[in-house]
Design a protein around this ligand. Structure first.
Ligand SMILES: NC(=O)c1ccc[n+]([C@@H]2O[C@H](COP(=O)([O-])OP(=O)(O)OC[C@H]3O[C@@H](n4cnc5c(N)ncnc54)[C@H](OP(=O)(O)O)[C@@H]3O)[C@@H](O)[C@H]2O)c1
Length: 340
């Protein structure tokens, strides 16, 4: 016997990936509901070799459904996730709404799978921000070995992290650059994204950082260890899919770059590609459609006592959202629900 699973936001970037990944990983689905807004009622979505028609989330009854994978943004989640949870369906949510609630587990299965066991208090499990998810997969095995004191991270985040309108904006602005009179002004982003980079993701906070940067700090502490200090600069770049991060890590004790490479080679969810030659590293276009978080450019940082630099790339729609959500569902199934 398997599960009755609802994918909420099935017409979106993350929702479509969740459908693909449920099918690819042969998650034990007995019945599947694809839900979106009334606007998309009847839209066809692929689920493996089948096609499912979307239903209206607003009138859907979650009673008798086991798991709902949500990817619809915080405002709509605030209305519908409590309804699903109240009906006894476990919500796995991609928005940032519940991530910082102490009664709601925030889970990356390679890092803190045991946190899933605390799902029952609110019947909701939160999925982290895309930039955090890939970073903590790399940090955790190193933290277990040499205790991380401080992380300095700069991100290079693709437009798919903003949603489908942002993908269109990059595409249309890029095309418009070549046709006089057809330039496309910024609409999703505050400045032109084509052939440009924007050092601003999510809203500004009082201290001058952005909410995206704050999320990386707060979520790393909640998932890995509250004692780790993190400072982040998050930048949007004209890449369709795949987030990249330059990460500088300061450890409590010395750890050699070769040992870091060996630890990461053995770590779950990671592939090390690290040849010190042209092309001997992974770039975002190469990680699209993959499950792994790729680590390259591992090297000692000799400007601090126990420092390591590395480059981390992953498909933000997969490990950063849909894959992690399905992995949480698998973990929940294995550890708690025990069907399938
Ligand atoms: N993209 C990423 O890398 C990433 C990573 C981590 C987390 N997330 C989070 O995942 C969520 C979805 O992101 P996305 O990139 O997939 O966005 P998206 O491509 O813009 O898709 C949004 C989805 O939400 C649905 N939706 C919006 N408002 C709704 C409402 N009131 N009722 C029902 N359905 C509604 C849309 O349905 P219609 O088509 O009917 O409008 C669509 O299916 C967001 O919370 C985002 O922050 C995204």
């Amino acid at each position: 016997m398997g599960y009755r699973v609802a994918v909420v936001g099935a017409t979106g970037n993350v929702g479509r990936e969740m459908l693909n990944i449920l099918a690819e990983r042969q998650f034990p689905v007995d019945e599947l509901a694809a839900l979106a807004s009334r606007r998309s009622l009847g839209t066809e979505c692929s689920f493996g070799d089948k096609t499912v028609k979307t239903q209206d989330l607003d009138t859907f009854d979650f009673t008798g459904w086991d798991i709902a994978l949500f990817a619809i943004g915080s405002d709509a989640t605030k209305i519908y996730a409590p309804k699903a949870a109240k009906a006894g369906c476990v919500v796995i949510d991609n928005s940032s709404l519940y991530r910082y609630d102490p009664d709601i587990p925030l889970v990356v299965p390679e890092v803190n799978p045991e946190a899933v066991d605390r799902y029952a208090k609110k019947m909701i499990i939160a999925n982290p921000n895309c930039s955090t998810a890939q970073m903590v997969v790399a940090l955790k095995p190193l933290h277990d070995r040499a205790k991380i004191k401080r992380v300095v991270v700069s991100t290079y985040q693709s437009v798919s992290g903003t949603g489908k309108d942002a993908i269109d904006e990059l595409w249309n602005q890029t095309k418009g650059m070549y046709v006089p009179g057809q330039e496309v002004p910024p609409s999703v982003y505050p400045k032109q994204i084509a052939f440009n980079v924007i050092p601003h993701i999510d809203v500004f906070m009082e201290d001058g950082s952005t909410k995206e940067e704050w999320k990386m700090v707060a979520e790393t502490k909640k998932i890995v260890d509250p004692s780790i200090k993190v400072t982040a600069t998050c930048v949007r770049v004209p890449v369709f899919v795949g987030h990249s991060e330059a990460i500088n890590i300061e450890f409590e004790e010395f750890i050699d770059e070769d040992e870091v490479r060996d630890i990461l080679r053995e770590a779950p969810g990671i592939l090390v590609v690290d040849k010190r030659e042209a092309g001997g590293y992974v770039t975002p276009v190469e990680c699209v459609g993959d499950y792994a978080t790729f680590i390259s450019r591992i090297r000692q940082d000799s400007t601090i006592e126990n420092g390591i630099n590395l480059w981390c790339v992953s498909d933000n729609l997969r490990k950063g959202a849909a894959l992690n959500a399905v992995q949480i569902a698998e973990t929940l199934g294995r550890r708690v629900l025990k069907k399938g």
